[in-house]
Design a protein around this ligand. Structure first.
Ligand code: DLL
Length: 435
């Protein structure tokens, strides 16, 4: 039996899963209360003590956490072990100033890699496979997570990182890669390039594990057809460990959440009230096996639907749909998390008025952001070359804030439509969340 499909865990009964979760939750709450002053304070504010928590039925008594709490406690405020026990950090992309940093002990790295190994096995991976990892390596969790997971399964691992398509294709052909791990948009780009260059007959891919950004069912079918593979979705977030929080099996009907490590709740983003199975809500995670950075009731802002029914693959771990949207305004562009507020900060710092629009498009599977911003009346009398210089300046300020290239278009004063209600700052033309 493959080590990373353990039926005792992944096909356990609901009662068994609840028992594990309850026991682990009680221990985690007690530990964070005693080791992390910030948690203790938040619990005390609600009048909750560890001895009030007897199992997952009491989860809702606990305070929730958001990205703002993590930023506020940057860098070490939420660490639950001494620094000397930590061996790694990862960080979310695209945020500046107070970044969100997650810490890992060796035990945490092992658990995370095990989650990724489960995903690889669920996609048909064995030690005979050659896994090409083209997620970015570095602070981003994509490269490291898949790399570790692939090692655990015993696959030959190609640590390609992102970019350099010619080299990716060369290694893919020469080494006979069988499983491709990258963002769905990069997979689509690789597929297109392979078709254009007539290389389809030279690749041995059988499966792809794609995540980190939204993608549609149409995109899945396109990638599957053009590469002749089965494409699996995978979900995760840096704060909770990285890729592998949930993954798809051969049924391709929702992603199994690794419930022995994470408790999933669904809440109404406006009221915080629980949302029943089958309805849309914001996903909230509690990590119950992590040492360094256990998060209690972390609000992901990802909107999805949960399905607790046993899957045709035999797994009983609850399934989440693909994220169907976000309850905040975060955009994911080229795999980078972008908040419109970051763009606004750059514009303000450079002396522009708050009249701007962010237009996101996808062309040939490559995302593009254009920022249109109104000039002040004084700037409007500038010469064309002065305007071009200003645009260039903004492009570079945005690049250093976001880490990605944005087109900038300066427009005449009062040309961006005013709104009577909430200004519509973002026009996302990619239609990513349609199922
Ligand atoms: O994107 C971790 C990851 C790496 C997942 C590789 C899968 C594969 P962050 O950069 O922290 O971590 O971004 C997390 O990305 O809250 C979702 O909004 C979005 N996201 C992640 N996976 C998916 C997916 C990684 N399969 C944020 N579909 C999350 C849609 C996804 N959105």
């Amino acid at each position: 039996m493959e080590k990373y499909f353990n039926p005792e865990v992944e096909t356990a009964s609901r009662e068994q899963i609840t028992a594990w979760q309850s026991e682990r939750l009680v221990k985690t709450v007690e530990r964070v209360y005693n080791t992390v002053p910030y948690y203790r304070k938040k619990m005390e504010e609600l009048g909750v003590r560890p001895d009030h928590i007897h199992g997952i039925q009491d989860l809702r008594l606990l305070p929730t956490l958001t990205k703002d709490d993590l930023r506020d406690q940057y860098p070490y405020g939420l660490m639950a072990v001494p620094l000397s026990e930590c061996v790694r950090i990862h960080s979310t992309s695209g945020t500046t100033g107070r970044r969100v940093v997650a810490f890992y002990t060796q035990h945490d790295v092992d658990l995370w890699e095990e989650c990724c190994a489960r995903a690889i096995v669920a996609a048909g991976g064995t030690k005979d496979d050659v896994v090409q990892v083209c997620y970015g390596y570095g602070l981003f969790t994509g490269g490291a997570g898949f790399h570790g997971g692939s090692h655990k399964v015993g696959c030959l691992t190609l640590p390609m990182s992102s970019g350099n398509t010619d080299r990716q294709l060369q290694f893919m052909m020469d080494l006979g890669a069988t499983i491709l791990c990258c963002t769905p948009s990069y997979a689509a780009y690789l597929a297109e390039t392979i078709t254009e260059r007539g290389l389809r007959g030279k690749i041995k891919l059988k499966a792809g594990i794609f995540g980190a950004e939204a993608w549609t069912e149409e995109m899945r079918r396109e990638i599957e057809d053009s590469l002749g593979i089965k494409a699996y979705d995978i979900y995760g977030l840096t704060e909770i460990s990285g890729p592998g929080v949930a993954f798809e099996c051969a049924a391709q009907n929702g992603m199994h959440i690794n419930e022995d490590h994470f408790i999933a709740e669904l809440i109404d983003p406006a009221t915080g009230e629980p949302v029943p199975y089958g309805e849309k809500g914001e996903l909230v995670f509690t990590s119950i096996t992590k040492e360094a950075f256990p998060l209690i009731r972390y609000r992901t802002k990802d909107i999805c639907i949960l399905n607790p029914e046993k899957c045709s693959c035999g797994r009983t771990h609850i399934r989440m749909t693909k994220p169907l949207g976000r309850s905040d305004d975060m955009l994911i562009v080229k795999g980078v998390n972008v908040f419109p507020s970051q763009i606004e900060t750059v514009l303000m710092n450079c002396g522009y008025p708050a009249n701007y629009q962010i237009i996101v498009t996808r062309h040939k599977n490559s995302d593009k952001i254009e920022v249109q911003v109104e000039m002040t009346p004084e700037m409007f009398s500038d010469s064309l070359s002065e305007v071009a210089g200003r645009e260039k300046e903004l492009v570079s300020a945005l690049k250093s804030m976001l880490g990605i290239y944005c087109d900038v278009r300066l427009v005449a004063p009062r040309t961006i439509a005013r709104s009577e209600g909430k200004a519509k700052r973002v026009i996302d033309q990619r239609n990513l969340y349609k199922q």
